[in-house]
Design a protein around this ligand. Structure first.
Ligand SMILES: [Zn+2]
Length: 239
């Protein structure tokens, strides 16, 4: 076989099997120190992200991916710092945080940390986690948007600083304490009637879980395709 063909085959196989042996930390948001989350007229954010999180867990496990959840029941209160620590202890390849928004627009959005922030005496995440989070979030968001096309409007890919807490701290608390690549998804705008109607149905929850699943596979492939440089030279790489 010609070398070019062999290389092409290896690249393809690397993408297709990037998830083998991977660990994903699923973090269904709320209740936390921030509170119980937002609510629609018929479903709460806490309930909606728990249901989608469980569907996502089933899908990833069916692919042989190890899954670590940050909560063992819907109403279990876990701080955002503790949620990050659970992902760190699991040495997750990616932490995905599930939330629903409350604002005037509607649709799906992805957030990632683009700089270190400060909370509870800690500065983070590290430059390497920032690099990997950006790679993961970029690949994740475009694939999730592709799956959701025709089902749910898709807003953008944003940085943590676009959120209220991220603007204050530089990054979200869950990002600051994360030692693994991290992204946060606002699945829908729960205060918008059409978005609430979408996430209220089993089919809508399943579609969202599918979008997350396919996005995660792309994120894993993107991170594995760009491993860290062996010897970081820049002093800025140290915290
Ligand atoms: Zn939330």
């Amino acid at each position: 076989m010609r070398l070019a063909w062999i290389i092409a085959l290896l690249v393809w196989a690397g993408g297709a099997w990037a998830h083998k042996g991977a660990t994903i930390c699923i973090d269904p948001g709320h209740p936390s120190e921030v509170g119980p989350g937002t609510r629609g007229k018929k479903i709460t954010e806490m309930r909606a992200v728990w249901l989608v999180g469980q569907k996502l867990e089933r899908r990833l496990k069916a692919r042989g991916i190890k899954v670590v959840m940050t909560k063992s029941s819907e109403k279990e209160k876990v701080t955002n710092r503790r949620r990050a620590e659970i992902a760190n202890q699991a040495q997750a390849d990616l932490m995905i945080r599930l939330h629903c928004d409350a604002q005037s627009g509607r649709g799906f959005a992805t957030y990632y940390p683009d700089r270190a922030g400060r909370a509870q005496g800690r500065t983070g995440p590290s430059p390497e986690v920032l690099r990997q989070s950006k790679l993961a979030a970029t690949a994740f968001h475009s694939e999730a948007a592709r799956v959701l096309r025709g089902h749910l409007p898709v807003l953008g890919l944003y940085t943590d600083r676009r959120t209220k807490i991220g603007a204050q701290q530089g990054a979200l608390t869950g990002s600051i304490f994360s030692e693994v690549p991290v992204l946060l998804v606002e699945l829908v705008v729960l205060t918008h009637p059409q978005d609430e109607a979408f996430i209220l149905t089993d089919a809508g929850q399943e579609k969202l879980a599918e979008a997350l699943e396919m996005g995660i596979l792309k994120a894993l492939a993107a991170v594995r395709a760009a491993p860290p440089a062996k010897r970081p030279k820049s002093p800025a790489a140290r915290e």
